[in-house]
Design a protein around this ligand. Structure first.
Ligand code: DAH
Length: 344
């Protein structure tokens, strides 16, 4: 029994030190101190020892047990410290691991892209930006622009009115009045902005975006307007894009027109248009409204129509974006679904 104890005393520490993991160390400890362990087995034999020697052996066994426990604790601490030091001195992260999430850079919304392109074209042509409010007086949005009080657009059904008798502007044409009443001609401005109408279907949204452009100077004629439109079509849709004006009515212009450009979708290499569903097989696509600023509007703003004349035009950015990117429903541009936005 003494020999067995001596062997164990000499052997346990090297066995513990050889364990390279916590689990291996615990297993080794169990082989000695566990229920079926070597020291436990010696303890069980104590009953067979001569009674006079039992006490001495018992003390030895207990002393060894404490040594083994202390050795186990020390080796466990050593193992844990080594593990922690290894963690701390390892490189903080592995640069070669693949990213967990595909990270893509954000990008501009299709309406913002169209707005920036249109603004850039007019700036190249010498127009400056003039800003106007989205909550507007009835006078600036309607009356001064020559809308009669009973015009359908002024109806409660068509516009969003506030309790204080203002309204959310229904178009960016309000900026014409703001500019003309605060500055003296000549002037050439564009006004990009958000507008609001009680309209809601696949091609209309209660909130949408327009860009207005207007120019006032001496001797401005329809030819100047057409020249600017031709240059606009060239620069936005490509050289040689044809433009045509169809007579139309807007209260603040005379004459007024709607502007079509040659369809950009069915254009053939020889410049002719084959006709397609987007242009309803006409070869033309409507892009904006325009006209010569009505003399009454100039007068309303204190500008002498005998000395000054001007033109104005306005376009919806959603329409231009839908045409450019072949977007079937205006709502897609406001849902902000990343699966839609990621396509641009
Ligand atoms: N304000 C018009 C609208 O919202 C668009 C428009 C038409 C603007 C003719 C103009 C213009 O400046 O001359 O439908």
């Amino acid at each position: 029994m003494d020999r067995a104890l001596a062997d164990l005393r000499n052997g346990f520490l090297p066995r513990f030190q050889a364990a390279s993991t916590e689990q291996a160390l615990r297993d080794e400890n169990a082989k000695i101190l566990g229920k079926k362990g070597e020291l436990t087995a010696i303890l069980k034999q104590l009953g067979q020892a001569p009674p006079e020697g039992r006490k001495a052996i018992g003390e030895k066994v207990n002393a060894l047990k404490q040594e083994v426990e202390a050795g186990f604790d020390k080796c466990l601490n050593d193992l844990r410290r080594k593990q922690r030091e290894a963690e701390l001195s390892a490189p903080p992260f592995d640069l070669t691991l693949p990213a967990r999430m595909p990270v893509t850079a954000g990008h501009k919304h299709p309406i913002a892209m169209v707005r920036e392109d249109v603004v850039a074209v007019f700036r190249q042509l010498g127009f400056a930006v003039f800003d106007g409010p989205e909550i507007e007086h009835e006078e600036n949005n309607f009356t001064m622009l020559g809308f009669p009080p009973d015009h359908p657009a002024t109806d409660m059904q068509d516009s969003f009115w506030t309790k204080s008798n203002k309204l959310l502007r229904t178009h960016t044409s309000n900026v014409q009045i703001r500019a003309m009443t605060s500055l003296k001609p000549p002037m050439a401005f564009i006004a990009p902005g958000t507008v609001f109408r009680r309209d809601d279907d696949a091609t209309h949204s209660p909130m949408f975006h327009q860009i207005e452009a207007f120019l006032i100077d001496r001797n401005v004629t329809l030819a100047h307007l057409k020249g600017v439109l031709a240059e606009f079509a060239n620069r936005l849709y490509g050289p040689g894009t044809p433009v045509r004006l169809r007579p139309s009515y807007f209260p603040f212009v005379e004459p007024g027109a709607e502007v079509d450009i040659g369809c950009v979708f069915c254009k053939q290499p020889d410049g002719t248009r084959a006709g397609c569903s987007l242009c309803k097989h006409t070869g033309w696509i409507e892009v904006l409204g325009c006209g010569m600023i009505h003399p009454v509007v100039l007068e309303n703003c204190g500008i002498d129509p005998d000395e000054w004349s001007g033109f104005a035009l306005g376009m919806g950015l959603e329409r231009i974006a839908m045409l450019r990117y072949d977007i079937p429903n205006i709502k897609l541009m406001f849902d902000n679904d990343p699966r839609f936005l990621a396509q641009f």
